[in-house]
Design a protein around this ligand. Structure first.
Ligand SMILES: [Zn+2]
Length: 361
């Protein structure tokens, strides 16, 4: 589970807004193991989502912008042939896989698990690979435009096409609304492609002002997470699932505190869905590794000291930002379940791959 671009101060700000400084913490703080992670990429102290997600998915350092593909000769080809990602290894072991996000579902973080492309801008090609090459069973998020791209909207890899039709011929149900998603799940669908916006999903913030922006037919991140679990849990061999609070990062780029808090709290509700699912059965508690890991921090967000600091629930902290870009500091990881004991210390982002792989085996 990835709160994209969220530093520890972002947890504090969300906690104060929800419950006040003395109230209980968010659900993610209940996980038993905590460590922290280096985030640098192969070529930069400050990573992007592509390089960190590729490091998690493939266990090696990549350059910023690369999606589980070393484009060493800068000719738009992966060289050498990329190793299978942790998601692909899980599917080789007979497990199912899901990608659930609030950005386009072809954005850098999910892409690094389900595709191999030299540049993160190859979002049509990433859509094509999800459907025609990798066969990820559950794909939920925004990005309808990337799955049905006319020639005029060719991507950075030169790919265009109708991958929605391709998905249907491969047995996917394709849905565009919350109701259709839930109906498909209750009918027992095994392969689900849910595209709820042309590009990124509507920010959670707009649910507060529904008359202006909120599209009532879009599912939330926790609702998409629950739908994915209901499909994936039917695979007796288990599953790999990525859930990303993608727009926490976008709020950081925007230096927008209400946006950051609302996306962080929606992500935390998705964490609750996962923890509740695990707690339903003893076997799930023993067998399920959960990792909550940001890929980097965005915005250099800090909570400023103030003369008056009697914050109450519903208050916004006094915020300060050092950049509109990513920052290079280490980020905190929470985890529980098998393998999590190796995450209770300082790790590199590449270490997460080996820990997940050992649990798969
Ligand atoms: Zn970013």
């Amino acid at each position: 589970m990835v709160p994209d671009g969220r530093g520890l101060a972002g947890v504090t700000a969300a906690r104060i807004f929800k419950n006040g400084p003395h109230g209980p913490g968010p659900h993610m703080e209940t996980l038993s193991t905590m460590g922290y992670q280096r985030t640098h990429s192969a070529n930069r102290a400050t990573t992007d989502s592509a390089a960190t997600a590729s490091a998690w998915a493939s266990g090696e350092k990549f350059r910023n912008g690369e999606i589980s593909c070393h484009d060493d000769n800068r000719d738009g080809k992966c060289e050498p042939t990329p190793a299978p990602t942790i998601l692909e290894l899980a599917r080789e072991r007979g497990k199912s896989a899901g990608l659930v996000v609030t950005s386009t579902v072809t954005h850098a973080t999910p892409a690094a698990f389900g595709a191999h492309v030299p540049r993160r801008g190859c979002e049509n090609e990433i859509a094509r690979q999800y459907i025609q090459v990798t066969g990820v069973e559950v794909i939920l998020g925004g990005g309808a435009a990337k799955f049905n791209a006319p020639k005029a909207n060719v991507d950075a890899c030169g790919t265009f096409g109708d991958f929605i039709a391709a998905a249907r011929t491969r047995g996917y149900e394709v849905v565009y609304t919350k109701d259709a998603m839930e109906e498909a799940v209750s009918r027992g669908t095994k392969k689900l492609l849910g595209l709820f916006a042309r590009n990124g999903k509507t920010p959670e913030l707009f649910r507060v002002f529904p008359e202006e922006h909120y599209r009532v037919d879009e599912p939330t991140l926790p609702q998409m997470t629950a739908a994915a679990l209901e499909i994936l849990e039917k695979d007796q061999d288990g599953f790999f699932l990525l859930v990303e609070g993608s727009q926490i990062d976008w709020a950081g780029h925007d230096n927008n505190l209400p946006y950051q808090i609302s996306e962080t709290l929606a992500f935390d509700e998705a964490v609750k869905v996962v923890l509740d699912w695990i707690n339903e059965e003893q076997r799930r508690k023993l067998d399920t590794l959960v990792i909550i890991a940001p890929d980097h921090e965005t915005g250099g967000f800090a909570i400023r000291g103030a003369r008056q600091e009697n914050y109450k629930p519903g208050d916004l902290v006094k915020d300060a930002w050092t950049t509109k870009k990513h920052t290079a500091g280490d980020v905190v990881i929470w985890s529980q379940g098998p393998g999590s004991r190796f995450l209770g210390r300082a790790v590199d982002n590449t270490d997460l791959y080996q820990i997940m792989r050992d649990v798969l085996w």
